[in-house]
Design a protein around this ligand. Structure first.
Ligand code: PLP
Length: 386
């Protein structure tokens, strides 16, 4: 296949597809075969076997995902956490040190704080918005820096240009979890990030029916990650690959709609007399709005907010809404509401949550693809009783 130069909406549909089509099939078939006939491979990692992450459904997805972010190479994994842990443990080993953003997805935060130490790896948290504070945390054994595109659930935007520059000047591998932004809104390899990670469970699949992950970035690093993944075994099965492949094909239409809908809902909430605070990078009064506008092609479908009446008002509001589903996770076609203090960030101590600004009253919203006016009307009604 020749080098594609199309825009992302076109690449979503066509990049990485088998060429020629397999027996003319418009969609890649599911290759439900654990192993494939020996074809003269000389290296264990090249044998075609599902755990070795190189069978046709896995390979096609890897190529599509790399094309979407303009990364050199991509690989899919059995979950977002498999992507994150495998990638980190490819670069970090006993005696190494990690700089990690202080407000991370709960699973990643718990992995860093609970598991890295048992493997002899140390870490320090950094405020990713304040580059001047990073230098003092670097040690001679620091190997990597890890951030998220937008933080969960406060939607803060790190100084990504500074992260990449800092990593370059200190010889660190730069990691970013790009799940919230998706390749539609931000493509980390274009900005110089070495490894971009995704929970494909979220927007990339978009239908809340599988768990999957991906790692995109520099080819030499992905090759090393593949070897670790081959050993750790977090491989995506062909059927889940097929569902993810199908889900990705509508990524652009979903995310463009979710960007627009989230902006309207955030604006409605921002102007409502019962609302104390709205966190959405698309709002002009968001502290990193200018940076987000410069870096991102869209502000995303995630927002969070607090009601003036605090936690009890938040609970009354949530109970009165009729369209959103009260459930963790995000990025699907259905609008979801959660209270991070009780779900994604329950593993954090109340003191740490307070320091980061995650109050018990905070509500996180994942905007779906329902009619925007219907959601606003539903919220308006629920807020009257809150
Ligand atoms: N990264 C982010 C930002 C997430 O929100 C999640 C899950 O909620 C993950 C990673 C982990 O992904 P998974 O549940 O697919 O392992």
């Amino acid at each position: 296949m020749g080098k594609r130069t199309e825009r992302i909406e076109t690449k979503i549909v066509h990049a990485g597809e088998p060429s020629p089509r397999i027996m003319g099939a418009v969609n890649i078939p599911i290759f439900q075969s654990a192993m494939f006939e020996y074809a003269g491979e000389t290296n264990y990692h090249d044998l075609k076997y599902i755990r070795l992450n190189n069978t046709p459904n896995q390979a096609a997805l890897g190529q599509k995902l790399a094309a979407l972010e303009n990364g050199q190479r991509g690989i899919v994994t059995s979950s977002g956490m498999a992507a994150i842990t495998t990638a980190l443990l490819t670069i970090l080993s006993s005696g190494g040190h990690l700089l990690a953003q202080n407000c991370l997805y709960g699973g990643t935060h718990d992995f860093v704080t609970q598991d890295l130490g048992t493997l002899g790896i140390s870490y320090d948290f950094i405020d990713a918005k304040d580059p001047s504070s990073w230098e003092s945390k670097v040690r001679s054994n620091t190997r990597a820096i890890y951030v998220e595109t937008m933080t969960n659930p406060l939607l803060e935007v790190a100084d990504h240009r500074a992260v990449v520059e800092f990593a370059r000047s200190h010889g660190l591998v730069s990691f970013i979890d790009n799940t919230f932004a998706t390749p539609i809104n931000f493509r980390p390899p274009e900005f110089g990030y070495n490894l971009s990670l995704h929970s494909c469970t979220k927007y990339l699949n978009g239908h809340s029916d599988i768990v999957a992950g991906a790692i995109i970035g520099r080819a030499d690093l992905i090759e090393k990650v593949k070897h670790r993944l081959d050993h750790f075994g977090g491989s995506l099965d062909p059927h889940a690959c097929y569902l993810l492949h199908r889900g990705i094909k509508t990524l652009a239409v979903r995310v463009h709609y979710q960007n627009a809908s989230a902006m309207q809902i955030a604006t409605f909430l921002r102007n409502h007399s019962s609302i104390e605070k709205v966190n959405y990078p698309g709002l002009k009064d968001h502290p990193q709005h200018q940076r987000a506008a410069e870096l991102f092609d869209g502000f995303g479908g995630m927002l969070s907010f607090e009601l003036k009446g605090g936690q009890s008002a938040a609970e009354r509001f949530i109970e009165r809404t009729t369209i959103p589903i009260i459930a963790p996770s995000l990025g699907g076609v259905e609008t979801l509401l959660t209270q991070p203090a009780k779900t994604s960030h329950a593993g954090m101590s109340p003191k740490d949550r307070k320091e980061l600004g995650i109050t018990d009253a905070l509500i996180r919203m994942s905007v779906g693809i329902e009619n925007t006016e219907d959601i606003i009307q539903d919220f308006d009604h629920a807020l009257k009783a809150a």
